[in-house]
Write a protein of this length. Structure first.
Length: 82
């Protein structure tokens, strides 16, 4: 589960970086030979999709880890034994 969370955080960071790069590319005035606004839109769209999907995966793994964890019940048992 730790590898999945680490991989998802890396994908989230890449998605956010793509959004930033896309926003910078949108702010540039392009010459007539090459228009980078289409590339900027593609970066933004892919970045938003990657960030949203990795957020869903992180939420799911967080919930799965909370359900799987037995820390609450083990603490209650140890308190009752004392």
């Amino acid at each position: 589960m730790k590898k999945l969370i680490t991989t998802t955080i890396i994908i989230l960071a890449i998605g956010i970086a793509m959004i930033v790069v896309g926003s910078v590319l949108k702010g540039i005035t392009w010459s007539a030979d090459f228009d980078g606004t289409q590339l900027a839109s593609a970066f933004n769209n892919i970045g938003y999709i990657a960030a949203a999907l990795s957020g869903v995966v992180l939420t799911g793994t967080g919930i799965a880890a909370a359900v799987k964890s037995n820390n609450c019940s083990s603490e209650e048992k140890s308190d009752k034994e004392k």
